[in-house]
Ligand binder design. Structure first.
Ligand code: EPU
Length: 345
């Protein structure tokens, strides 16, 4: 790919850039215009161009949580800010600053290589470090929010760089201030605070099973186990296109949960905020008979009903058609509305 230079002259947008390798759903898509961002200081100038030309825009990281149309109109900023450094370290914690374009899993591996355990439960989650806080990625009882100190971002509303404390990020289940304010922030650096005190977290059913005889395994052992579980349960996007969990696990009022439990005694659920219960959407979709089903080029993954897959040649329309069919059935059978997790661009 030959991107326009980002030197001090006005930056140029590159027309018609293929995105087939930039989305894990394997959708045949291209950007009307694209621009690669390798350093935060390129952002101001390119945003001026985008504003001047009144183009719609968005940032694309690893493309692991998006559904792309055939042509993505306007400007697509390809986030490639790399680099990671230990900023400080004392007896309590290590602070690490990481570029938004760094691959998430490579960063998790790096922390373990540097004897900084904490993120091992989040191994093998696809995508970039900059995208991770937007939907507050989580797995096996850990969320990225637990480890964030602050985030550096470009605020397109004020055209200035801002630093958001962890509190200002308003993290919640698969949610954040960034997600609540779409098309506003460009995350450039994520600063993590990894406490020196470490404890194994293997309480989630899948991990607990692996460590039945050892309740205090090392971080490396957990990392390996998480990789194994994810590899077995979730399709490898290099082989079958997918974006991980396609729906959020719905959170319902306790009364609704009690009613559902009477009707479906094996309903899988987790405690949530007081008066609420989080239901396993994968279990519900499985009960509705969708697991392994195909609808043309797309389908529901055979080992995990929460994951929709593109068997090859599927389009955004095909995926959303299947999603609607699942949502309608689940609403009819369970009275629950499923919210799509990936961003529909
Ligand atoms: N289940 C079924 N059938 C299925 C799928 C799941 O019965 O086809 C049951 C499982 O047996 C289990 C329960 O449903 O009892 C939950 O399944 P699982 O433990 O696989 O986790 P999940 O709720 O489907 C969530 C996250 C995943 C994360 C795992 C592990 C969401 C939307 N998804 O999945 O995150 O890896 O927990 O912590 O919260 C992602 O966001 O892309 C993602 C993969």
């Amino acid at each position: 790919m030959n991107f326009a230079s980002n030197a001090s002259a006005t930056p140029k947008l590159t027309p018609n850039v293929g995105l087939a390798n930039r989305n894990t759903f394997g959708l045949d898509a291209s950007a009307e215009f694209a621009h690669e961002i390798t350093s935060p200081d390129q952002i101001g100038a390119i945003m001026e161009v985008i504003t001047e030309q009144k183009l719609p825009w968005r940032v694309l990281g690893g493309g692991s949580n998006v559904i792309l149309p055939k042509v993505l109109p306007g400007a697509t900023l390809l986030m490639n800010i790399t680099g990671q450094e230990i900023v400080s370290s004392d007896e309590h914690a290590t602070v690490i600053a990481v570029g938004g374009g760094v691959n998430w899993h490579e960063f998790v591996s790096w922390t373990l290589e540097h004897n900084l355990p904490g993120l091992e439960n989040l191994a093998l989650i696809p995508g970039t470090v900059g995208a991770a806080p937007i939907q507050n990625i989580g797995a096996y009882g850990v969320e990225i929010a637990d480890y964030i100190d602050h985030i550096e971002a470009f605020d397109t509303k004020t055209q200035a760089f801002v630093t958001l404390s962890k509190e200002a990020c308003q993290f919640a289940y698969r949610d954040s201030y960034f997600k609540q304010n779409p098309h506003r922030f460009i995350v450039t650096r994520v600063v993590f605070k990894i406490p020196k005190q470490w404890q194994a977290r293997v309480h989630y059913a899948d991990l607990a099973k692996q460590f039945a005889a050892n309740s205090n395994p090392s971080a490396e052992k957990i990392f390996v186990a998480v990789c194994k579980i994810r590899t077995n349960k979730l399709p490898d996007p290099k082989i079958i296109g997918n974006a991980g969990s396609f729906f959020q696990n719905p959170i319902v009022p306790h009364e609704q949960y009690e009613t559902l439990l009477q009707k479906h005694p094996t309903l899988v659920s987790y405690p949530d905020a007081p008066g609420k219960r989080k239901l396993a959407a994968g279990w519900i979709i499985d009960q509705c008979g969708f697991k392994g089903q195909r609808m043309g080029a797309v389908g529901v993954y055979e080992n995990q009903a929460l994951v929709l897959v593109n068997h090859g040649g599927g389009t955004a329309g095909d995926i959303l058609g299947l999603a609607k069919c699942i949502q309608d059935t689940v609403r009819k059978e369970f009275g629950v509305s499923l919210v799509i997790e990936p961003n529909i661009l």
